[in-house]
Ligand binder design. Sequence first.
Ligand code: PEP
Ligand code: MN
Length: 633
Amino acid sequence: MILVINKQASEDTINEIKRLIRDKGYTPREIHGTDERLIGVVGYSDKDRLDPAYFETISGVSKVIPVSKPYKLVSRDFHPDPSRIKIGDVVIGGDRLVVIAGPCSVEDRKTTLEIARLVRRHGAVLFRGGAFKPRTSPYSFQGLGEEGLKILAEVREETGLRIVSEITSPAQADLMMKYVDVVQIGARNMQNFELLRCVGRMGKPVLLKRGLAATIEEWLMAAEYILSEGNDQVILCERGIRTFEHYTRNTLDLTAVPVVKKLTHLPVIVDPSHATGLREKVLPMARAAIAAGADGIMVEVHIEPDRALSDGAQSLYPEQFERLMRDLHVISPVVGKQLDFDYLPKARYLARKDHAVEPIVVYSGDPGSFSHKAALQFFGETVPMKNLSSFREVFSAVVEGRATWGVVPLENSLTGSIHVNYDLLMEYDLNIVGELTLRIVHNLIGIEGTTLDKIRTLYSHPQVFEQCKEFLDKHPHWDLVACKDTATAVKRVAEKNDYSYAAIASAEAAKIFNMTIIKEGIETHPRNFTRFVIIAREKAFEGYRDKSSLIFSVSNRPGALYEVLKIFAENGINLVKLESRPIHGRPWEYLFYADVEIDLGSQEHYPVVEEIKASTEFFKFLGSYRKGMQVTD
Ligand code: PEP
Ligand code: MN
């Protein structure tokens, strides 16, 4: 049962409500993450049956919602928004996909460290490895115990990867508290209720595997045990169930992903290694898991799988893991998420004290705009952000040191460049230090009850009208009104509160303003991506960089542009974009904007830059950065 608390209720009233709940023999649990103040009534009482009518009469309670499901705290009814579980710099359940990788078991120090360096290099953010192994045979390798945990702690120390390891008995709780960041409950222990209560009390994030033959309801009830002890940091992990099929080790129940995500607010990840038992099946099922909406995956990786002491047959070779990360990097924007190869170094870099001007990140538009989404996906949800009302303000805030980074769109795959930002890049002395590709899905949004035939006026950004041209051509009588961003468009329609107005924007914007999606996916082509760049005063982010942007102009003589292009060709530099823009105040003279796939800011390529400078009249280096997902991949 959930009690919706009156907005005016004082803390004293709320404490009194909690006391009455306890009096009846139940436990009150405050529910966070929603706009309303909610208290869940949970537990078992032999004193009294739960009677909604009784709670309705209590002062301060505005509504009672009975929950018929056997699980309560894990249910979406209790907590409509998805839970985000924070482990160090990593958040599971947000817009970023999380990859947990490592060996089945910790075998020895050298091998474990080598595997950790490898998986980190390719973008894993958490490290897995068992020190206490639940083996089917008592004669198989049982794990190194505390010695294994010490090796895992060393992995964390050296690589910054936080540690996931399995607990097989409450007797190991102290060791787990000391050495690991996420405690795993293995499939065989999913209904070990004493162990579930124990990890509930430990208060560390828990990765709860689905049992070998557990129904979804049994799995959620197991999670309920952990939450009922006061620990709501639970990550569910689908790892395959036992069926009549023996070709694979288990049968991966991918249906469970969308089913469970609808029933619970907890994040769900997939373990395709234990699900399939065959390394060659791990990649396709990992890709499928992400496409199905999982928040991440957990995979077994080994430097020499053929010599692994456990689960070698399902452990990926290093090259397979690298391939997997590349595939997921490309798939993730398609499902509205991101996967960085260098998230951990980036997170550490962002957390540095000298970046502590607030807000750290600025973008143009209202919350819920695509720029806001891009900023969240690049920087994560814990970095302070502020929205400004124009791109120019974003540039000036960064130039003047009122923010460290700005996020601006540069081009769209359907409609081309956002010229105003190219012009601002020319005008302001800032560097491009990163890029991100966002898939753009447009929705027709209005107040509840709006239908296509009622709409007369449509608000959105002019570029969005272009991206939805085919759909809008079918409604030639609609009046199109330009707004500075899509979230502002939705806000204006919300204010009108009239069936004849609608907006085009993201699903997030519709949710923020409590509006209804009338039609989903109205962009002319589903392969609709916008490339955003990160601008900063500093030269570049630390770490790997493989793309650079520059602006140049050449003299007005035959072959002048060819000479510059020849430098790229002769040095084997791939030119991925070349565009000309008029020079303001000098009619029929042009600047060239170029993107190349190389780090032109590095010492090594200094001579190439000098050569380009010598062949151009004007040269401005815009920065080098790590390339984001390419639309053509
Ligand atoms: C594991 O992940 O190491 C493991 C033993 O998996 P499961 O409990 O899913 O069999
Ligand atoms: Mn294993």
